[in-house]
Design a protein around this ligand. Sequence first.
Ligand code: KIV
Ligand code: NA
Length: 275
Amino acid sequence: MKQTTDFLKMKEKNEKIVMLTAYDYPSAKQAEQGGVDMILVGDSLGMVVLGYDSTIPVTLNDMIHHAKAVKRGAKETFIVVDMPFLTYHLSVRDTLVNAGRLIQETGAHAVKLEGADEVTEHIAALTRAGIPVCAHLGLTPQSVGVLGGYKVQGKDADAAKQLIEDAKKCEEAGAFALVLECVPKQLAEQVTKSLSIPVIGIGAGIDVDGQVLVYHDILGYGVERVPKFVKQYHSVSPFMIESIQAYAQDVKNKQFPEDKHSYTMKEEQLLVLYG
Ligand code: KIV
Ligand code: NA
């Protein structure tokens, strides 16, 4: 299994890091079988698995519940768990207690939290306590209300400079990696060059140290529309719906179950049964 130091080495060797989200036992098992370097139990589970329209309603207990299942499915892969909305903004003590639960109760290896500014103090405290932290800048979905929607971040020079400064602060605070979401590729390249920790992009172009995407998005599984930055490798939903329709038809038409799906009794037992 790769560790935080391996990801640092991968950056040095210009070897791309592959990250994918997973939310339960089968998706984690598939992610591991597919050979990803790192699994993210993202709070995007609020949208793709729980049907909320943002990540805001996701709770710490939701994250723990799903991360436990992911761990059971991917025992040999480095697992990062999102700290959900408002679980790392109160006291540093609260942050430590919450992150401690995420790590201890699930067996995940690191936490991810969004933002810089006041958040860097929490990154530092977690790192000092022995919990590896992945930072997350650019489009930070937990702040969608403040950002005014899911928009590309850092498009003008001032915002871009600020983002580079924030990224450096996250590194200084001890983050082992940075997820950079939905920023112009030129800015992502600059951030990547400015940091010695790996930058994992999502909607951040090619000139970063790795990529992360959402499991349901790359598979076309239960998602209606996907953002521009997603590459969809298949659309599995139609296959799944067809299978369910065929099953429903078979039951209605009395074509399921067949003999091969059925259990039978021995002749002598039947004699007793029928009398
Ligand atoms: O929750 C999530 O899936 C994420 C990724 C999109 C980076 O934070
Ligand atoms: Na997230």
